[in-house]
Design a protein. Structure first.
Length: 418
């Protein structure tokens, strides 16, 4: 598309209008700079949000009980009740939408209730099934998690959070196999965990002692009650379907009115993840809208300066037309000039934006902690390619109107013009 003479003419036009070219180029540079920076910061926010829920099953649902809101089958309104072990059996037998299921039992967290030798701390306790660690995933720092034999044999074992380990044991001391006293009862430590996700159900994982659900019911005389129920959704079903199915089964087993919405509460993480996805779509739209708007103002500036250039070169264009220059030659000349000006200015803004993103990313990487809400900003390779394509298209678009204006010049009128 370019030959040497063509390039020399383009460069002569740009240098002949240095002041206007610089001012117009600044608009394009600022537009693409803003676009790149906004994309990087948007990725930082999105990545931080996803990191905070990473490791938490996005297809999980949770259930808990409340006082009944209606009288039913001779029971008065406002009755207190609890789910029990029989509900687990019924859900497994009847609920087609449920994949994994884990009951949860919350224990007391009294003053200095967890003890190992001379050291002690105040920590919460939670009784769970092995499936719980598939719903709320953990990094296993030492040992192992629960298995089915721990549940079936009522083993007095426990898995402790990292903070519990650091409080009760010496740095570097192996905790697996040692015993700790939890609310007056001894349990053998089989594992130490660190949560993958910042989100958790029922308290901070790092400051919790996990006990096999069946063992906790028996050791602390909890009967067969369940405080909380967690499950995941089978493929092909939705969170709303699981909520309706589980509630129907459990309400029927406890003589609760089918239309009593207060007696059994629930929420599903699938719905929250959908909200996140819509939020990210809106954020990406906003980034491209704002950045594209800034770039558009620069494109308009390029178009305007090219229109002025065409007007100033009316006589030259007319002479070239009179000497037999084809319309495509004139068209290419004007389009190439606008494209070169746009690309040069755009690349300055593009690399400036990438440089700023890299500086911010390095600074955040050096100072970021595990609990940060953001990740270092970045611009992916394909996003950068998209931005460059947008820049090239913008250069072509900015030259269309001036090029058409040049083609409309009649040779005889141009030659007559003073």
């Amino acid at each position: 598309m370019f030959d040497l003479d063509n390039w020399q003419e383009i460069w002569a036009t740009i240098t002949r209008n240095k002041f206007r070219s610089v001012l117009t180029g600044l608009g394009v540079s600022w537009g693409i700079f803003m676009l790149i920076v906004l994309i990087g910061l948007g990725n930082s926010f999105e990545g931080g949000m996803l990191k905070n829920v990473s490791g938490f099953a996005s297809n999980s649902c949770f259930f808990f009980t409340d006082r009944t809101g209606e009288a039913h089958k001779g029971y008065r309104k406002g009755r207190s009740w609890n789910m029990n072990n029989r509900d687990l059996t019924l859900i497994r037998e009847k609920a087609r939408s449920v994949e994994l299921i884990s009951p949860v039992l919350f224990g007391n967290s009294g003053d200095k209730n967890v003890v190992h030798g001379p050291k002690s701390g105040s920590y919460g306790t939670r009784g769970v099934y092995p499936a719980h660690f598939l719903i709320e995933q953990q990094h296993v720092l030492a040992g192992r998690l629960f298995n089915d034999l721990d549940i079936e044999n009522f083993r007095k074992v426990c898995v402790i959070g990292k903070e519990v380990y650091e409080t009760l044991f010496q740095p570097g001391e192996a905790p697996v196999g040692q015993y700790i006293r939890v609310n007056g009862i001894y349990f053998q430590v089989i594992g130490v965990i660190l949560p993958k996700s910042q989100a958790s159900i029922g308290g901070d994982v790092e400051s919790t002692v996990f006990i096999p659900f069946s063992t906790m019911q028996r050791a602390f005389n909890q009967g067969d009650i369940i405080h909380f129920l967690a499950c995941t959704i089978k493929n092909g079903y939705t969170g709303e379907m699981v909520e309706d199915e589980v509630k129907t089964i459990v309400k029927a087993a406890h003589d609760i009115a089918p239309n009593d919405d207060k007696a059994m509460r629930s929420f599903n993480i699938e719905k929250e993840f959908k909200i996140f996805s819509y939020l990210f779509i809106g954020l990406n739209f906003l980034v491209w809208f704002v950045g594209g708007g800034a770039l558009l103002s620069g494109i308009i500036g390029i178009s305007n300066i090219m229109l002025v250039t065409v007007k100033e070169r009316t006589r030259e264009i007319g002479v070239r037309r009179a000497l037999g220059a084809k319309p495509t030659v004139i068209l290419n000349q004007i389009l190439n000039e606008s494209l070169v000006l746009t690309v040069i200015a755009g690349l300055i803004g593009f690399f400036g934006g990438i440089l700023l993103i890299e500086v911010i990313s390095v600074a955040m990487s050096q100072n970021a902690g595990e609990d940060t809400m953001l990740i270092p900003p970045f611009v992916s390779f394909w996003t950068a390619i998209k931005a460059l394509i947008v820049l090239i298209v913008a250069g072509v678009l900015s030259g269309i109107m001036p090029a058409l204006r040049a083609l409309s010049v009649k040779a005889i009128d141009a030659i007559r013009e003073e």
